[in-house]
Design a protein around this ligand. Sequence first.
Ligand code: HEM
Length: 395
Amino acid sequence: MSIPPMAGPAFDADPYPAYDWLRRHAPVSKVPLPGCEAWLVTRYADAVAALTHPALAKDPAKGSPEWQAASLGLPLDHRPSLARHMINTDPPDHSRLRRLVSAAFTPRRIAGLRDRAQQVTDELLAKLDGKDEADLIADLAYPLPITIICDLLGVPEGDRATFHHHASVIDSAAASEVGAITAATDALEEFLTDLVAAKRTHPGDDLLTELVKRPDISLDELTSTAFLLLIAGHETTVALIGNGMLALLRHPSQLAAVREDPAILPDVVDEMLRYDGPLRNATWRFPTEPVVIGGQEMLPGEPILIALLSANRDPEAFPDPDEFRPGRHGEPHLAFGRGAHYCIGAALAKIEGEAAIGTLLRKFPDIALAADPATLTWWPSAIMRGLFSLPVRLR
Ligand code: HEM
């Protein structure tokens, strides 16, 4: 028996049978990637062990020479001005950077973003008045999070479209499109360096201004943190709204239930994250000493991916994992990761998801899919899982 194909349109359309096979037959195994191999961890318990393991580093400098040479379409991992952020660091730098950003993510700022998410959603959906059909990705899922993240960072209105373009190239292009990714990365690097400088001379009421005032963060760390927040806070939420609405529209009884009782919306959004979440895999990790997970020994530097989509469908953690069933009790899903690098924007992502999905269902009670799910196309990314478009009938 050999490992099923882990790339290509068929896998992108439905990766779950391949993950099911791996969990049964090769739960921790080496999979081929362009230029090198990586360990893929697919069971829930092993995923938790890997996400929380103290000897698995996040610093890309700890990756093997083969992984470094393969580059894997991520030139940004090797640029100090974009790569010195918390997801690429280990203690003590990780703890310091995470504390600084958490302190700027104040409850007052998050509460303000709830009202803002609702306002932006209302404005976007007002543009659909009188229309019979829409593309939920272009009309709602893309513009909502980019607006919120730009508000958070204090990006001027006139620069937002350019920002959006570069971010989407970096997040959802295939790893092989190195030229396009590099060009977008160059442009963003220049833009963010200018933005940080502008916050020093023209402070605003935004998170970046608050970070710029701190003495214990370097210039590279500032631009890198702005870059991380942009990337991590954007396409992920696009995918939550897109993948989540696709799942709900394919489950009419669950759709009817939340329409009847909007109080269950938070449970529905949580199940969307488990059932078909935005991240295929967690970001890279590298052992700093020999580490055994799921019975496999991983050597220092060997690259590791943790298949979050697979862990979230593990029947050992979620009974009947392929059923979309809001209100599950038991193990928490891993869509936001676990441990020291647990998603810092989880509360914000849920606020945006609930505003978008709740308002859609209220405003368009007869919303339905307007395409055969088999014809939908998915981003070819190694880390992200999201749709290029999601056509719906509004009435
Ligand atoms: C549904 C939307 C989102 C999902 C599914 C998601 C998922 C994740 C996951 C899985 C991780 C951990 C990665 C790892 O351990 O390798 C993570 C980390 C992170 N996320 Fe999110 N995220 C979402 C939205 C956001 C938003 C809106 C923001 C910010 C505005 C954000 C900021 C971050 C940051 C800064 C980290 C790094 C934390 C650290 O390294 O300590 N995320 N996210």
